[in-house]
Design a protein around this ligand. Structure first.
Ligand SMILES: [Zn+2]
Length: 139
C-alpha cells in the first residue's frame, strides 16, 4: 500500500483519467492512474504509477507505429521455445533485451520487429539464426 509523502496517511484512493499526448502530429489518449490522499486532499502520482503510465504510452506508440506489442513478442519467443536469454543470443539487442521488451520497458527497433516476424513465419531463417548464434537449440 502506498503512503502519502506529505502526511504519511495510507488513506489513499486510486483514480484514473484520460491523458492526452501528441505523437506524429496527432493527439492520442491513454488511461492513466493517479492517487488521491483523503487525509490531506493531495493528488499525486506514485513511482509505480509513473512507470505504469510510461508503459502505456510506450505500448500506445508501438501500436501507432505498427510494432509488435510486449505480449506479442513474448508469444513469438514462446512459440520458438526460447528462453529470454537464448532469444537475446539469437536476435541480439543485449542480454536483457527480451525481458525489457516483454515488460514494455524498451521499444524494439524496427529491424528487430521485422526479424521476429520473419523468423516466426520461416523456420529456415530461424535455423540459420540459431546456427549463427552460440546456443544449442532443438527444433
Ligand atoms: Zn496526505
Amino acid at each position: 500500500m502506498c503512503l502519502c509523502h506529505k502526511c504519511q496517511s495510507n488513506n489513499i484512493t486510486l483514480h484514473s483519467g484520460l491523458e492526452e499526448y501528441t505523437y506524429k502530429n496527432a493527439k492520442h489518449y491513454i488511461e492513466t492512474e493517479y492517487s488521491f490522499c483523503n487525509t490531506c486532499n493531495r493528488e499525486f502520482i506514485s513511482k509505480t504509477q509513473i512507470l505504469e503510465n510510461e508503459k502505456k504510452i510506450r505500448d500506445s506508440k508501438k501500436q501507432i507505429d505498427g510494432l509488435l506489442s510486449a505480449s506479442e513478442i513474448k508469444a513469438i519467443r514462446e512459440k520458438l521455445h526460447l528462453s529470454q536469454t537464448d532469444a537475446a543470443s539469437i536476435f541480439g539487442g543485449g542480454k536483457n533485451a527480451f525481458s525489457k521488451y516483454e515488460r514494455s520497458e524498451v521499444t524494439q527497433s524496427m529491424a528487430m520487429d521485422k526479424l521476429l516476424r520473419l523468423t516466426l513465419k520461416d523456420r529456415y531463417i530461424f535455423r540459420k539464426l540459431v546456427d549463427l548464434s552460440d546456443i544449442q537449440h532443438e527444433s
